[in-house]
Design a protein around this ligand. Structure first.
Ligand SMILES: [Cu+2]
Length: 170
């Protein structure tokens, strides 16, 4: 009887040992296959490159639009001349104590920038023209995105001798 118990114990022990070793092997194999797959995961699986590398590619798209500031104070725009790229945005800040109404030349029709016309103020098209279409209070700002290349002079519609220019390159 004792011999049967000992044999049973040995058989069970061997089985347990074998099972735990094969689990361990399986776990190691799994780690190994992950280690092999990982180096390719970034490039092949997702199809994208890390952001830092994108700019180095010759076929990379042009840089993201830039936001520029023009400050109006003391009856003048600063900078009075600004060079930007197509698609960049210019925000006019009224930091003076007066009203401000930046708009495309020529005064008073404002038709210099393509599509602009003071007659469009108050219509659905007002958002697409180089014209604030309103008196900006002290402390207010107004932004316009330049989609057309060219040299676009502008003025303060309330005092048309106050002027500046935005040069848009493509
Ligand atoms: Cu005007």
């Amino acid at each position: 009887m004792a011999a049967v118990i000992v044999i049973t114990f040995l058989v069970v022990s061997v089985f347990v040992k074998t099972a735990s070793e094969s689990d361990k092997e399986a776990a190691e194999q799994s780690d190994l296959s992950e280690a092999i797959e990982n180096p390719f995961e970034n490039n092949a699986s997702s199809g994208t490159l890390p952001a830092a590398e994108v700019g180095l590619l010759p076929s990379a798209p042009s840089v993201a639009p830039v936001e520029y500031k023009v400050i109006y104070s003391n009856n003048a725009f600063s900078p009075s001349s600004l060079v930007i790229k197509e698609g960049d945005r210019v925000t006019f800040y009224n930091v003076s104590g007066d009203f401000l109404w930046p708009a495309s030349d020529l005064h008073p029709t404002h038709k210099g920038y393509p599509g602009s016309d003071i007659k469009k103020c108050g219509t659905a098209e007002a958002a697409d023209i180089f014209d604030a279409c309103r008196q900006m209070l002290p402390g207010e700002s107004w932004s316009f995105t330049f989609k057309e290349a060219g040299s676009w002079s502008y003025h303060n519609h309330l005092r048309s001798s106050e002027s500046g220019v935005v040069i848009v390159e493509n």
